[in-house]
Design a protein around this ligand. Sequence first.
Ligand SMILES: [Zn+2]
Ligand SMILES: [Zn+2]
Length: 278
Amino acid sequence: MLTDYHVHLRPDDYADPATAAERAFTAENAERYRTVASERGIDELGVSEHIYRFAQALDVWRHPFWREQAVDDLDAYSAFVRDETDLRLGIEADFVVGAEDRMATLLEAHDWDYVVGSVHFVRDEAVDHEDYDVWESARDPDAVWRRYFTLLGEAARSGMFDILAHPDLVKMWGERRPRPDGDLRRFYDLAMEGIAESGIAVEVSTAGLRKPVGEIYPARPFLEMCLDAGSPIALSSDAHVPDQLGYGYEQAMELLDDLGVRELSVFERRTRRMEPIG
Ligand SMILES: [Zn+2]
Ligand SMILES: [Zn+2]
């Protein structure tokens, strides 16, 4: 069985965020995703909209980017997915240091099938967004990577999330930004204890193939370390439009097969089971 769980119905580039939800959260749009997924052999399909798109997220964090984005209603989104689609109901929630309790409270108020946990920000600066770019002030790539992977381990350990998203997102810009030299496992190590102890499912995301870095998240050595730690694996594309569903899955399957991964994580009401890839 193939999954695609880290999926957005709402593209990033709708010109007017205020009307985006009306266009994205419709049965017709969900059906477009379902159709493409079926064509690509993906039976387990879920959506995980960014939590910062929702007004309720401002109770958690008031970063300028969130204030600009938080226009949709979280209750309307979850009711829409449950009542008008046959998709699994997920959410992509950020790990925000100092806001763990508030985020946990918000997440607990809904009956998700799964929560995807992401580290997009290191303090107030983003690793994947040009407007709040961490690399504008950073001089030492080792310091950024150390901070990023430490946070990733804390995100896993927080217990708030079922799936750890795009685990080495910090590499997203590839050669367009500084990158530490040498064996990168010294950074991965900083996250491993949290990942191992939490039992969180580690996402293999093909989104990196569409980004400047041109690689799957996470790098193979990172994935090997997770497998050594006994982590379950989740597979997603982080699609933002139907055509990105299952993007690059052949390459992901090859990697998983090579590493002896035969099962994928499947979620229902925040309970995980393992299903053979097939
Ligand atoms: Zn993300
Ligand atoms: Zn995403």
